[in-house]
Design a protein around this ligand. Structure first.
Ligand SMILES: NC(=O)c1ccc[n+]([C@@H]2O[C@H](COP(=O)([O-])OP(=O)(O)OC[C@H]3O[C@@H](n4cnc5c(N)ncnc54)[C@H](OP(=O)(O)O)[C@@H]3O)[C@@H](O)[C@H]2O)c1
Length: 239
């Protein structure tokens, strides 16, 4: 397969790029960090230095690709809101990094996906979007937007036989979560996360979520009355 991965210079995307390359696929690793891209190129991967916030550059560099069979959109970041400071600039920054970069990538990659016999578009969201979580006002909102985007594309791209999947990880140990100052239940290593994502892609699952002990629990909690969940979540913040 010809595979393009964004966010391939670090964390989950980097592990996916290395694992797909090791199993013999042709991988284009996209990111901004030149040293990280050079390290991947030294291991035989194709690389592309690109700031996905730049729509013109993204269209220029990705639209011309001859064919992509699997596109995994993993670029993103996380920042938390710490009340009483509601920093709208932080909300804008995270919405841009997690939602706009994905939209730019999708627009630029659709022509190359359409040239594949079996195209698959995969967007990395988060289980944080399942239910309101303290401090995740910006991050959760951005990942809820990603979920809506991917779930809707799964419907609208189906007539063209472009498969679409949404990935909803729990906590995975990466530079992103290394910044967290709280306990992360069921924290996974990045190799296990890559395995779970690759299994889900192979099985062509519409939603790939893991670790199941966390994500099934969150899905159940999301069905509670909002007032009951809010009381439980408030207790989490104050305890
Ligand atoms: N780790 C977790 O527990 C977890 C849980 C749920 C969801 N996720 C999601 O999984 C994805 C990957 O997370 P991670 O933990 O692997 O994070 P990470 O290690 O911080 O990696 C983030 C990646 O995104 C790239 N990126 C950020 N902004 C970019 C931009 N403007 N243009 C191009 N590339 C950009 C970075 O590239 P450069 O460094 O080269 O700029 C880097 O490769 C994110 O979407 C995150 O929200 C992670």
């Amino acid at each position: 397969m010809k595979i393009l991965i964004t966010g391939a210079t670090s964390g989950i995307g980097r592990q996916l790029a290395l694992d797909y390359h090791a199993s013999g696929h042709s991988v284009i690793a996209v990111g901004r960090s030149a040293p990280a891209l050079k390290a991947l190129a030294n291991q035989g991967l194709h690389t592309l230095e690109l700031d996905l916030l730049d729509r013109e550059a993204t269209l220029r560099d990705l639209t011309g690709l001859d064919r992509v069979d699997l596109a995994i959109l993993c670029a993103g970041s996380c920042e938390y809101i710490d009340m009483p400071d509601f920093d709208s600039a932080r909300v804008s920054r995270i919405m841009r990094l997690n939602v706009e970069t994905m939209a730019h990538s999708i627009e630029a990659l659709l022509p190359a996906l359409r040239r594949s016999d079996s195209p698959h578009l995969v967007g990395v969201g988060s289980s944080a979007a399942y239910l309101p979580l303290p401090r995740a006002e910006a991050y959760g909102a951005s990942k809820a937007a990603v979920a809506y985007l991917m779930d809707t594309l799964a419907i609208t791209l189906a007539p063209e036989k472009i498969r679409v999947s949404l990935v909803c990880p729990g906590f995975v140990k990466t530079p992103l979560t290394d910044r967290n100052d709280f306990d992360m239940p069921f924290l996974m290593d990045v190799q296990a996360a890559s395995q779970a994502i690759r299994n889900g892609i192979e099985k062509k699952q519409a939603e790939i979520h893991f670790p199941k002990k966390l994500t099934w629990g969150m899905k159940a909690a999301a069905r509670l009355p909002r007032s009951l969940w809010a009381a439980l979540a408030r207790r989490m913040v104050t305890s």
